[in-house]
Design a binder for this molecule. Structure first.
Ligand SMILES: [Zn+2]
Length: 263
């Protein structure tokens, strides 16, 4: 693996993110896994529009530095770690605060409607993970359930993250997410957001599976407003408030329900 080339690629993608207004100031972070326990990542607190390849930090999967550096890894590293741990097929993560996608995340909206065939083919549906304080376990717990079957996520009142086997593909997914949120916003502003019929969406999924871009088992885990979605999907319908419970709280709730039922 040519690590110098990877550093340059991260800077190139970060500059594109900055130039396209997908992030500002010290926002966002990008990383690339170059070996099972070796990741090159953008430094903390530095504008992503003004970085140099030598400013990248090299860390292990836990975020510990592997090489001396004047910079430290982002406090949002746990978001990258949980993605790499959940998905061995993923080697790049791009996190930013794109205005339309983040607007959806602030409004409590996921990108769960099949509105554009190209997007169903390349990105699939993008769920909205509940709010979690950045850099804490709240955030990783909120995104973890969605990682297996999706390649991009909206994070409530925060931003968006996309991941793929290469940095460029991860960026493309983030850019597609932002562009689709913008189109959805315009359609909603015009008063009507028509969706692709269920049967047609199923055909698109079949094409995606044939192209090797989606595992067959991922189909029921996709968050689309189509009938083939498993009824036990953990994803709530768009617009519904998301609720996060600890195991203890869930047990207490079930026990309380059982007590009420017995009365
Ligand atoms: Zn962030």
């Amino acid at each position: 693996m040519d690590e110098q080339r990877i550093r340059e690629e991260i800077v190139e993608i970060a500059t594109r993110c900055y130039d396209r207004g997908l992030l500002v100031a010290g926002d966002g972070n990008i990383s690339a896994r170059v070996a099972p326990n070796r990741v090159i990542a953008t430094p903390s607190g530095v504008s992503k529009g003004w970085m140099k390849p030598e400013m990248m930090v090299v860390v292990d999967i836990e975020g510990n530095p592997l090489e001396p550096s004047d910079f430290s890894v982002s406090s949002e590293w746990p978001m990258h770690r949980v993605i790499y741990q959940a998905r061995p097929d993923i080697n790049a993560v791009v996190h930013a605060h794109p205005p339309y996608a983040t607007g959806f995340a602030v409004a409590g909206l996921s990108l769960s409607k099949a509105i554009l065939s190209e997007v169903v083919l390349t990105l699939g549906c993008v769920p909205l993970a509940a709010y979690g304080t950045p850099s804490t376990r709240e955030l990783t717990d909120a995104i973890e359930p969605y990682l297996e079957f999706h390649d991009a996520l909206l994070m409530a009142n925060h931003g968006a993250v996309a991941f793929a086997d290469t940095i460029e593909k991860a960026f493309n997914k983030l850019e597609t997410l932002e562009h689709t949120c913008k189109i959805s916003f315009i359609a909603r502003s015009l008063g009507n957001e028509n969706t692709i019929p269920d049967r047609a969406v199923e055909k698109l999924f079949e094409i995606r599976e044939r192209n090797g871009a989606m595992r067959p088992e991922a189909r029921t885990g996709q968050v689309c407003s189509i009938s083939l979605i498993s009824p036990i999907s953990p994803i709530p319908d768009e617009g519904n408030e998301q609720v996060t419970l600890s195991r203890a709280e869930l047990v207490e709730l079930l026990m309380e329900s059982a007590r009420l039922f017995q009365r």
